[in-house]
Write a protein that binds this ligand. Structure first.
Ligand SMILES: Cc1cc2nc3c(=O)[nH]c(=O)nc-3n(C[C@H](O)[C@H](O)[C@H](O)COP(=O)(O)O)c2cc1C
Length: 137
């Protein structure tokens, strides 16, 4: 157990995430293994049709009752699978390659946290001002 602001925010034992690697590297089994071990597993969400994707989320949940997340590359189509995540109340929604701030309200309304991976100070400042919970710099 390593108590930090991050581990307390997420309810995890260790402030360690697995990188969400698309298109099909970081799937439900890897995410469940990382979360089950006390970190935060992040599953990629790029290629699966919504019905398969919902089944992947449920597969993580069958393997562990710990928090986990799903990652979306905003430059790719993401609305359908994002809607599935919000319906399923996935604990963490992580975004990359775009502005996450238009999604913050919807994700928070589902009870989930918003992560954004950024590559510039400007993007980090916009994310912080827009209510993103965790910025990965
Ligand atoms: C093969 C590969 C695929 C990746 N796919 C994604 C992705 O789908 N979404 C994302 O946010 N980051 C993706 N990344 C970036 C990783 O999340 C991470 O930011 C990057 O590997 C840097 O972390 P590291 O220094 O620990 O490797 C990918 C990285 C690799 C190597």
């Amino acid at each position: 157990m390593l108590k930090t602001r991050l581990s307390k925010l997420l309810g995890i034992e260790f402030p360690i995430f697995s990188a969400p690697m698309g298109p099909d590297i970081a799937g439900p089994d890897l995410a469940a293994a990382v979360s089950g071990a006390g970190g935060l597993g992040l599953m990629q969400a790029q290629l699966s049709p919504p019905a398969d994707f919902r089944e992947q989320i449920q597969r993580v949940r069958r393997a562990t009752d710990k928090p986990f997340g799903v990652n979306f590359i905003l430059a790719l189509p993401h609305e359908e699978n994002l809607a599935v995540c919000l319906e399923e109340h996935v604990p963490v929604i992580s975004f990359f390659w775009g502005d996450a701030t238009p999604y913050v309200e919807r994700v928070h309304a589902a009870g989930s946290k918003v992560f954004l991976q950024v590559g510039s100070v400007e993007a980090a400042q916009r994310a912080a001002a827009g209510g993103v919970d965790v910025i990965i710099a």
